[in-house]
Design a protein around this ligand. Structure first.
Ligand code: GRF
Length: 200
């Protein structure tokens, strides 16, 4: 049974997609043990509690400095003996110590087809604003392993989504979530949980 920790910052629709996929059997041999947010108001924490999963807030502002925050986060993750850490809209940079501790055991969902529209400054609606500004006809989402870079680790899955005339960033974001993110993130977890990666 793959023990998963999910790190969140916002509404938690990707977290919900993971819960739903586990409940429906689309994701096999995996269980979410803990959900941790840097944002105490994140609705994702409500989703965790409704699902009977520990939902914890570890917020940088509660610590004297970033190092103490990271230490608290790593210590909390250790308590759950996790096999996989999933970044589901987590807006805090992951420190090198955590990447080393969970080598090839941290995955992230990014709302574009990497290497397009990723890296520093590309998060949330900004990604879709950039895609619309460039005039791409296809965008999508990417699940990748997290390494020391920003959105630069090995790609696990991608799924393309059409950009339609008149799309606003908000409309496009929602389509990318519905048609790509909420599908490939659970799918990637199922692949990892069932040994479909040689480097896991
Ligand atoms: C998603 O668009 C995801 O691609 C990005 O952050 C957003 C998180 O949304 N990384 P939610 O909190 O899962 O609803």
């Amino acid at each position: 049974m793959l023990r998963i920790g999910v790190l969140v910052s916002g509404g938690g629709t990707n977290l919900q997609a993971i819960f739903d996929a586990i409940d429906s059997g689309k994701v096999r041999n995996a269980r979410v043990e803990v959900v941790i947010s840097n944002n105490e108001g994140a609705y994702a924490l409500e989703r965790a509690k409704k699902h009977g999963v520990d939902g914890l807030c570890i917020a940088p502002k509660r610590f004297a400095d970033r190092e103490q925050f990271y230490r608290a986060l790593l210590n909390k993750l250790e308590e759950y003996s996790l096999d996989l850490v999933v970044l589901a809209g987590y807006l805090v940079t992951i420190p090198p110590a955590m990447i080393a501790r969970y080598k090839n055991r941290i995955i992230n969902i990014h709302p574009s087809l990497i290497p397009s529209f990723c890296g520093v400054g590309y998060y949330g609606l900004k990604v879709h604003e950039a895609a619309l500004a460039r005039g791409v006809k296809l965008t999508g989402a990417t699940v990748h392993f997290v390494d020391e870079g920003m959105d630069s680790g090995p790609i696990i899955l991608q799924k393309a989504v059409e950009v339609l005339p008149g799309d606003t960033p908000e409309v496009l974001q929602r389509r990318v979530m519905e048609q790509a993110e909420w599908i490939i993130l659970p799918q990637a977890i199922d692949m990892i949980a069932n040994g479909e990666f040689e480097n896991c």
